[in-house]
Ligand binder design. Structure first.
Ligand SMILES: [Zn+2]
Length: 190
């Protein structure tokens, strides 16, 4: 089984905002999620319509193969790889359509496809309700019970708090050691 992808929450929010804006509430939109080639991180995304200006025009995604030229250029220049793709569906249903199943955006086993409901228009669209699939090759897919099984938020925002609490714990430990030492010394006296 492959390792879950990691994305920082602000980047996810930005992704959803872009999908929402480009889908305008009446058509599908999508993006490739990219990250350093030797990692499972998602560090940026590129929307389909920035690679192929006509990709969204039919209401469902129709990505022209020429769009891969600028995609691979970005990947090679920035030493990134495509970690996943994401596209939106109109309603709550985030299952794969026949077209989705038959046309993996990246024909490589281990590639992850995400499907965001309601044209990404829902308030606070996080991972809940998002469909998640792993391409296994030969037009076969694995379905994840929930997206959080394959993509996680990187806990960066907690870093500063964790540091703060760690310093408190360190201090507390030192104190305990100090008092512990004193009482041990006092016990020796009696
Ligand atoms: Zn679809």
């Amino acid at each position: 089984m492959r390792v879950p992808l990691e994305i920082e929450q602000p980047l996810w929010r930005e992704l959803i905002a872009q999908l929402k804006q480009r889908g305008r509430g009446d058509r599908e939109s999508g993006a490739f999620l990219l990250g350093p080639a030797d990692s499972d991180m998602v560090t940026r995304f590129i929307c389909y319509d920035d690679l192929d200006p006509h990709a969204l025009q039919e209401g469902i995604i129709n990505f022209n193969g020429n769009g891969f030229v600028p995609l691979w250029k970005t990947c090679s220049e920035e030493q990134l790889k495509v970690q996943a793709d994401v596209h939106t569906h109109p309603g709550e249903w985030t299952g794969q359509s026949g077209v989705d199943q038959a046309n993996p955006m990246i024909l490589q086993a281990g590639h992850i496809a995400l499907i965001v409901p309601a044209y990404a228009q829902l308030e606070q669209q996080m991972l809940e309700g998002v469909g998640a699939y792993e391409y296994l090759g030969s037009k076969r897919w694995k379905t994840f019970p929930h997206a959080a099984a394959i993509i996680k938020f990187k806990a960066k925002e907690h870093g500063i708090f964790r540091k703060f609490f760690q310093s408190l714990i360190d201090r507390f430990d030192r104190k305990k050691w100090f008092w512990g030492g004193r009482s041990a010394a006092a016990a020796e006296k009696f």
